[in-house]
Design a protein around this ligand. Structure first.
Ligand SMILES: [Zn+2]
Ligand SMILES: [Zn+2]
Length: 193
């Protein structure tokens, strides 16, 4: 039997202007976190869909943006997952805001940088804190695309973040159990024809 090398291919898709430093940080971090994973930054920048803006809430619908990312993913079959990154405030109807959203399982994930920036909380933290928060939320949402549910362990990256305190508390790592589940899902992707 011959084994062929398989890599899960993730594309990071900016919607609106996102700094290269942040995108590069995510790319590096994602490759380190998930086994057998390759990650590229998509050169094409999509606009944040105008349709997603809710005037009353002064926020953008996460689901409308996620739909756009799914449309992109379905046109790019070589990618196993697409992580959209926006710098606008996003919401789902039942919550005040969200850090991100994803299809579970699926090919499309989204994170918002809006509430991850130290400035948003009047904090005087450096860029490392910002990148680390964005990476945690990215791993979390991509974990969902692999079918991972929320994890009860508060330090695991798959733990639900209700606020930035939860995000800061958890590590940018999958716990052993979630890691195994992710590795299995990735190897199953490789078995698909
Ligand atoms: Zn989640
Ligand atoms: Zn876990």
């Amino acid at each position: 039997m011959r084994y062929r090398l398989f890599f899960m291919k993730i594309g990071i898709l900016p919607l609106g202007e996102i700094t290269p430093d942040l995108l590069g940080g995510l790319q590096q971090g994602l490759v380190k976190t998930f086994p057998d994973t390759a990650c590229m930054i998509i050169k094409k920048v999509l606009p944040v869909p105008k349709l997603a803006f809710d005037k009353k809430r002064n926020q953008y619908s996460s689901s409308v943006i996620l739909n756009e990312i799914r449309a992109y993913a379905s046109k790019h079959e070589k990618l196993h997952g697409v992580l959209g990154v926006v710098d606008v405030d996003i919401y789902v109807p039942e919550l005040n805001y969200v850090f991100g959203e994803a299809y579970t399982p699926g090919k499309a994930a989204l994170i918002s940088l809006w509430r991850l920036k130290p400035e948003f909380y009047g904090e005087n933290a450096g860029p490392d804190v910002f990148v680390s928060r964005a990476l945690k939320e990215s791993i979390h949402e991509l974990g969902h695309t692999l079918g991972l549910p929320h994890c009860a362990r508060s330090l695991c990256v798959m733990h639900f973040s209700n606020s930035i305190f939860d995000t800061d508390k958890k590590q940018s790592l999958l716990c052993d159990q979630c890691y195994l589940q992710a590795a299995l899902a990735i190897s199953n992707l490789g078995k698909q024809p």
